[in-house]
Design a protein around this ligand. Structure first.
Ligand code: AMP
Length: 431
């Protein structure tokens, strides 16, 4: 079962897809996907979306949110038929921040819509525009797009959005992080007024709430808290290690421990490339995926990883969105992220499809403040694993006099005092 119903503000619990009001071709497609019962977000959202309501969803990838919005959307479009004469107008627009997520949504729509006669296409930058132009000129019912290329094509007069009745903004927090707010506003301006609107975001800071208020009308709210993904199937630990020793520690774990498949997160693209080289020198085959790689290289690496031919993927955050691979046994935070929510996104790449996962965070002396922020967000202290050759001592203790003595012991239980968040004054000040 994907996702968790903890933290979800539910009115009712539906355990069967049949009870949600979905049409037979969609139920058949869902059965073909092997889904036995709706995830909580699906149970909550689908009936309201079928009834035409707007939705504000606080949920991240892994909760089943794509089916939650795609199934009702496909049902509406197929019931309302659309024009039979002339070119099909785009009636649904789904905006995604990254190419990988867009491609994933496209694949999901393929699967859910397999018994319907609807056409969809995915467009994003970094690849030739020609096939996208051709698909647009043939006519589409559903367009999945990243904002940059969409506006580019729109500016060239190649996309007509004047018939859109369904608009989905996916991963809105990531959109804003990536600086897409102006693009989103531009897209909203060219959409017709009467339409159903959905916004999904893994986190709900004020900036998202105010964006949502500009275009959602009296939305239903569905929430699956990020904590639910961190706690259940993922064993989290932190290893203190000096920056210069991180790659040796990583190579050592990858070659000696029981790691089936791993995603390693670095802060920068350059760092990802360098790490891949260093791992290869240590005899570990790895590939990097990040925004500077060509789309072909990214697709090749992801396919090899998905097929199990590649054991280690080194990724930046942008590239990791939408990676949905069940066999990931380990996630390494090679660099700790400065946004604690990012940690939650990253480790959610493991512990999927009912399997257990391990998330290992490397923390050097400059990252202790980030670690504190993460622990504050997830509401627990992450166990320290000091059983490695590069352990420099508990940096958390040496870095802060605000920490109570004996607050954590390697291998100890959780339940750290929340009061330790007082040490946050030096939060993002990195030397
Ligand atoms: P998403 O949150 O949309 O990225 O979905 C995460 C994963 O859950 C995808 O691999 C989906 O195929 C899968 N999934 C979606 N809905 C269900 C369901 N009801 N039962 C089992 N798996 C599902």
């Amino acid at each position: 079962m994907v996702g968790s119903n903890r933290g979800l503000k539910r009115k009712h619990h539906v355990t069967s897809f049949d009870a949600l009001g979905l049409a037979e071709p969609l139920l058949r497609a869902v059965a073909d996907c092997g889904y036995d019962e709706p995830t909580p977000i699906q149970a909550e959202a689908i009936p309201s979306l079928l009834a035409g309501e707007d939705l504000l969803g606080c949920a991240q990838t892994g909760t089943g949110k794509t089916a939650a919005f795609a199934l009702p959307l496909l049902q509406h479009l197929s019931e309302r038929g659309g024009s039979t004469r002339g070119k099909r107008p785009i009636r649904a627009l789904i905006l995604s921040p990254t190419r990988e997520l867009a491609a994933q949504i496209g694949e999901d729509i393929d699967a859910y819509g397999k018994y319907l006669k609807l056409r969809h296409h995915v467009i994003f930058g970094g690849v030739s525009q020609r096939p996208q132009e051709q698909a647009l000129s043939r006519g589409l019912d559903v367009l999945v797009a990243c904002p940059g290329r969409l506006l580019d094509l729109h500016g060239q007069g190649l996309v007509d959005l004047s018939h859109v009745t369904h608009f989905v903004l996916d991963e809105a927090d990531r959109m804003l992080d990536m600086g897409f707010i102006h693009d989103i506003r531009k897209v909203l301006k060219v959409l017709p007024d009467r339409r159903q609107n959905l916004l999904f975001s893994a986190t709900m800071p004020d900036s998202i709430a105010s964006l949502a208020a500009t275009f959602l009308h009296d939305p239903i709210r569905v929430e699956v808290t990020p904590q639910s993904t961190t706690v259940e199937r993922i064993a989290q630990k932190v290893m203190f290690v000096e920056k210069s020793d991180k790659r040796r520690l990583l190579a050592n774990i990858l070659t000696t421990d029981d790691v089936e498949q791993a995603i390693v997160f670095t802060r920068t693209k350059h760092g990802a490339n360098r790490l891949v080289k260093q791992l290869e020198q240590a005899g570990v085959e790895a590939a990097a995926i990040h925004g500077n790689k060509s789309q072909n290289a990214r697709t090749r690496a992801l396919d090899a990883f998905r097929d199990g031919k590649l054991g280690v993927l080194v990724a930046t955050d942008v590239a990791s969105r939408g990676i949905d691979v069940d066999g990931v046994s380990h996630v390494f935070n090679f660099d700790l992220p400065n946004e604690p929510e990012t940690y939650v996104h990253r480790i959610g790449r493991t512990g999927r499809a009912g399997r257990d996962g391990t998330a290992i965070a490397f923390c050097d002396g400059e990252e202790v403040a980030y670690l504190r922020d993460i622990e504050k967000l997830i509401g627990e202290s992450i166990d320290v694993d000091s059983d490695h050759a590069w352990h420099p001592g508990d940096l958390r203790k040496s870095a802060s006099s605000a920490a109570p003595p004996q607050a954590r012991r390697p291998g100890g239980g959780s339940g750290r005092s929340r009061g330790r968040g007082r040490g946050r004054s030096g939060r993002r000040s990195r030397r």
